[in-house]
Design a protein around this ligand. Structure first.
Ligand code: 13P
Length: 280
């Protein structure tokens, strides 16, 4: 069933856990994410990032995400991830997404605020929640992290005024994670999460969820992270399973068995994540 971003985050608050928000640009990722949520009977966020348009457009994979979410017995949110403009978020709502992130974090503060306010006004017409981002995280949501990319940690003063003046439901913050693979040990600023949480009063969203240890996830959750975005390591597990299938079946000459192996590997990967995030 479809539930709102607000309700998913309220669940996380009540259970003192974080909701897994998984990018599902392929059908394999989508099936694996839903099956994992159903196996553990937990709410989950299915999301499509604008940067994944070359894999599948939101108009193609989106209706499948919405329909499978509606049919499922577990509560699911269908969320636009890193929408880079008002128009992209609108495209998501038009195909039935019921939640969105607007990411104008590369723009100067005032411009980020202005775009975010427009998106919040649109979402309010539907009663949908909005996530926005303040501070800049290194790396792209397609799993590539440029070695030179510099993080700009979220400023608590700005975060407080941004949330107050935009009316967002949740705030994606930069506190030490990166999108994609870690080239070096992450240094998470837990005190910053604490401060951001208390100053803004809204749930904090972690981007770049791949590659942290179970204790790092738990420490972030304890400080107020309520949504954890996750993609690269699940996609990597799919790739490695497909590679292994080819190595173990040298006579194979069709593609479909690779998708079965990939789906199973993503399920296994997400299973581990969900156990930690929901404290199961
Ligand atoms: P990873 O690809 O690092 O797991 O991050 C995903 C993400 O933050 C999507 O918004």
């Amino acid at each position: 069933m479809l539930i709102s971003l607000h309700d998913a985050l309220a669940y996380a608050e009540e259970k003192n856990c974080a909701i897994a928000a998984v990018n599902t640009p392929t059908f394999e990722m989508l099936l694996a994410a839903i099956r994992t949520a159903e196996r553990h009977r937990v709410p989950l966020i299915l999301q499509h990032a604008e940067v994944h348009e070359p894999i599948n457009t939101i108009e193609n994979i989106g209706p499948a995400m919405v329909e499978l979410a509606r049919r499922s017995e577990v509560p699911l949110v269908v969320h636009v991830d890193h929408g880079e403009s008002f128009d992209y978020v609108k495209r998501g709502f038009d195909v039935g997404f019921n939640s969105a992130m607007i990411d104008a974090s590369v723009l100067p503060y005032e411009e980020n605020l202005a775009v975010t306010r427009e998106v919040v006004a649109l979402a309010n017409e539907y009663g949908y929640g909005v996530e926005a981002e303040l501070g800049v995280m290194p790396g792209r949501e397609d799993g590539r992290t440029e070695a030179s990319a510099q993080a700009l940690y979220t400023d608590p003063d700005r975060a407080e005024s941004f949330v107050r003046d935009s009316g967002v439901t949740a705030l994606a913050c930069s506190f030490g994670t990166v999108h994609g693979l870690y080239r070096a040990e992450p240094h998470l600023n837990y005190d910053l999460i604490d401060t951001l949480r208390s100053r803004t009063g809204v749930p904090i969203v972690m981007h770049g969820g791949s590659g942290l240890s179970a204790s790092e996830y738990r420490d972030c959750i304890r400080r107020g992270v309520r949504k954890i975005n996750y993609y690269t390591y699940a996609d990597k597990a799919a790739f490695e399973a497909a590679q292994q299938h080819v190595a173990e079946n040298p006579d194979t000459f069709t593609f479909s068995p690779l998708t079965v192996a990939a789906t199973a590997a993503v399920e296994e990967n997400l299973d581990e994540l969900v156990r930690v995030l929901y404290g199961l």
